[in-house]
Design a protein around this ligand. Structure first.
Ligand SMILES: [Mg+2]
Length: 97
């Protein structure tokens, strides 16, 4: 399966507006699943919703193409560096779940 072709076909079939609304809906479902995780302790629904959100994000990225990929990658690297700095500054303090 060529994921890129599937994402492009989905955008071609249903359009950017429909798929961006789907992204919002899937994000809401993920929020709900993470919330329920704290009550149930079962992560299976969260795993499913993460997959849904990732698939919708990939469709949106496909729509915007290589420029978006470069911009997102730049933000990703900056935020990962920032997180690494925060972890180093935290000095090993841990929070439990
Ligand atoms: Mg879902």
């Amino acid at each position: 399966m060529d994921k890129g072709k599937v994402y492009k076909k989905a955008i071609d079939n249903w359009g950017f507006k429909s798929q961006s609304i789907m992204l919002m809906e899937e994000c809401a479902e993920l929020i709900q699943a993470v919330s329920k995780l704290h009550r149930t302790g079962n992560p299976n629904k969260m795993y499913e919703e993460i997959a849904d959100v990732e698939i919708m994000i990939e469709q949106i990225k496909t729509f915007y193409g290589d420029v978006a990929e470069k911009e997102i990658d730049k933000h990703y690297k900056n935020k990962l560096d920032r997180l690494e700095g925060l972890i180093q500054n935290a000095g090993g303090s841990k929070k439990d779940m």
